[in-house]
Design a protein around this ligand. Structure first.
Ligand SMILES: [Zn+2]
Length: 366
């Protein structure tokens, strides 16, 4: 059985293609499956290998997931691993969420999927809609440009350019989905199915390590999907008894826009209200994350420590990765830049194991 659950109060409802929030808390819901398998009995590779832990729908797949977990040289004596998420079909980890969300929305009869993203989520939605035989309509700020926008257009998605700020694009997509019944709002931030798909990253890391979990993960946080997907994925495995613990998952944000890290430092239950400054890490430049309260609640459960990094530190980490043979976009270098600070602060001691997902491919920047 599957259900949508409020991450704050536990209110639950039937799964549906809509995005209605919890009637009391007003927050986006999360997806949960209650009929979990007794033991690992998986077949195939990639995201759909874990079908028994995902929504029961006909898969949509471009071969997402199954990314390499590579030992990483480091000066701190850590058992450090890179998870090469930029090797997903559209070049980012978002493919895990998009594959599952598009499959679920198609099963509900959706025909045209709409979202507000000019970045990796938009590219992933456009690609998976194309694969599923559905249309995609992406609402983007009129000022957006660059490689990711060209990627979205190349997949055949329709672009709707919206004048004004980033949030104007969100208002526009909501209004359009209310006015036009054939449009389904496939929000990568609000859809419970998107986070459901991101859980597969946790399943894969655990299986790659022989059903052991690392002591720590370090992740960039923008909308928080990656962070939540990992946490829920490991919590599911713990509930099944396949792993012995949930790793600590640390949060890294850009100095210019750090609503979650500031809230962690203050012990606040909501993200701190910030004005988003400029940063090279565009993927984490999200001043008011839709799932902010949920992120902070989960962060408390998984022992998260938050650190911020400057653009100089991000670009330095990006260059270090490139010199080690891995070409990632600046947003993907946010967590590697934060790792050094977590080690210096004594949060991650020598000898412990750490997994760093490298989220997006270097050719996507620019
Ligand atoms: Zn609630």
């Amino acid at each position: 059985m599957e259900r949508f659950v409020c991450p704050l109060c536990g209110w639950e409802t039937e799964p549906n293609p809509g995005l209605s929030p919890c009637p009391s808390c007003g927050v986006s819901l999360r997806w949960e499956r209650t009929d979990l398998p007794r033991g690992p009995a998986f077949s195939g590779r990639g995201v759909w290998r874990y079908r028994e832990l995902l929504p029961a729908v006909e898969p949509v797949s471009l071969g997402e997931g199954g990314t390499p977990l590579v030992p990483a040289p480091n000066p701190w004596g850590l058992d450090l691993w890179w998870k090469l998420e930029f090797l997903n079909p559209t070049g980012s980890f978002k493919d895990r969420g998009a594959a599952v969300m598009v499959a679920a929305l198609r099963a509900f009869g959706a025909k045209i999927l709409a979202d507000d993203s000019s970045g990796n989520a938009g590219a992933a939605l456009a690609a998976y809609a194309a694969r599923a035989g559905l249309r995609a309509k992406l609402f983007v700020p009129a000022y957006a440009s660059g490689a990711k926008l060209r990627q979205i257009e190349a997949y055949g998605a329709e672009l709707v350019r919206v004048l004004g700020t980033r949030s104007a694009a969100t208002h526009a997509v909501r209004n359009a989905c209310t006015a036009e019944p054939q449009l389904t709002y496939a929000s990568h931030n609000a859809s419970p199915y998107f986070v459901a798909g991101l859980q597969t990253l946790a399943f894969e890391i655990a299986e790659d390590l022989g059903w052991r979990v690392p002591d720590h993960l370090v992740v960039p946080v923008g909308g928080g999907g990656l962070f939540l997907g990992l946490a829920y994925g490991f919590m599911t495995l713990l509930r099944l008894g396949w792993v012995k613990k949930v790793p600590r998952i640390h949060v890294v944000q850009a100095e210019a826009c750090a609503p979650v890290v500031l809230a962690l430092r203050q012990g606040a239950v909501r993200p701190v209200s910030v004005e988003a400054g400029e940063t090279v890490a565009e993927g984490v430049r999200i001043p008011a994350p839709e799932r902010g309260q949920e992120i902070l609640r989960v962060a408390h459960e998984v022992g998260s420590v938050g650190v911020t990094v400057s653009d100089a530190e991000i670009l330095g980490a990006q260059q270090d990765l490139a010199r080690a043979g891995l070409y990632v976009e600046p947003t993907a270098a946010v967590a590697p830049a934060g790792l050094a600070k977590l080690v210096q602060a004594g949060v991650i001691p020598s000898g412990e194991s750490v997994v760093l997902p490298l989220t997006g491919f270097g050719l996507k920047a620019g």
